[in-house]
Ligand binder design. Structure first.
Ligand SMILES: CC(C)(COP(=O)(O)OP(=O)(O)OC[C@H]1O[C@@H](n2cnc3c(N)ncnc32)[C@H](O)[C@@H]1OP(=O)(O)O)[C@@H](O)C(=O)NCCC(=O)NCCS
Length: 173
């Protein structure tokens, strides 16, 4: 890992404009600094990586957060490292730090295929019975992240559990 990186769990030293810039260029998402601040502030656990030893001179390198009930479930979100600092262990340090704060039974996250190898290193597997509801689902249907078609393996599972006999291409609607 980067030498001289500090992991912080409070956002006292976070400049939200800088974090929005990291999000935009990672590349991850274009978001308003005020929305990012609200999302992190409302989260169960946050993790921030800074250069140096955690003083005001430190530069923000990346962040991660989770929402959780603190007992059963957590969802990890917004794991992001500044593009010029990726590939040096910062993301791994953020994940390790965040996982320490999540003593729950089940932890969920979403990741595109090219990032799933990163999360596999922390014990994550593909999850086969997740559903999601988006406020604006059009692009997700277009790129295949959301699907109206039930995968064949799930059709088989539901046949075993309910006794129904769905076809391999059973639709949800
Ligand atoms: C994904 C991301 C957070 C990883 O952070 P990082 O600092 O580059 O990762 P690290 O250098 O800490 O890598 C830790 C380990 O994961 C591996 N790894 C990193 N990215 C990987 C990837 N995309 N696929 C597979 N393995 C990966 C590294 O090789 C390293 O392995 P090692 O411990 O065996 O050496 C960072 O690349 C990023 O911010 N990407 C853009 C935003 C994004 O897509 N976030 C994830 C959204 S789901």
């Amino acid at each position: 890992m980067h030498t001289g990186v500090t992991i912080a769990y409070t956002h006292d030293l976070v400049e939200w404009d800088r974090l929005a810039d990291i999000f935009a260029h990672a590349p991850f998402a274009t978001r308003l600094p005020s929305d990012i601040q609200k999302a992190f502030t409302n989260s169960y656990a946050c993790c921030f990586a800074f250069t140096g030893n955690g003083t005001h001179d430190g530069v923000l390198l990346g962040a991660a957060r989770a929402i959780s009930d603190g007992v059963y479930y957590a969802v990890i979100l917004d794991v992001v490292v500044a593009i010029e600092h990726q590939g040096h262990g910062v993301g791994g340090a953020l994940m390790a730090g965040l996982l320490e704060k999540l003593p729950v039974e089940k932890i969920y996250l979403t990741a595109p295929p090219d990032k799933q190898g990163f999360y596999k290193k922390f014990g994550f597997y593909k999850h086969n019975n997740t559903m999601a509801r988006y406020a604006h689902p059009e692009a997700a249907f277009e790129n295949g992240v959301l699907s109206k078609r039930e995968p064949w393996s799930l059709a088989r599972l539901s046949r075993n559990f309910t006794g129904s006999k769905p076809g391999n291409d059973q639709m949800f609607e």
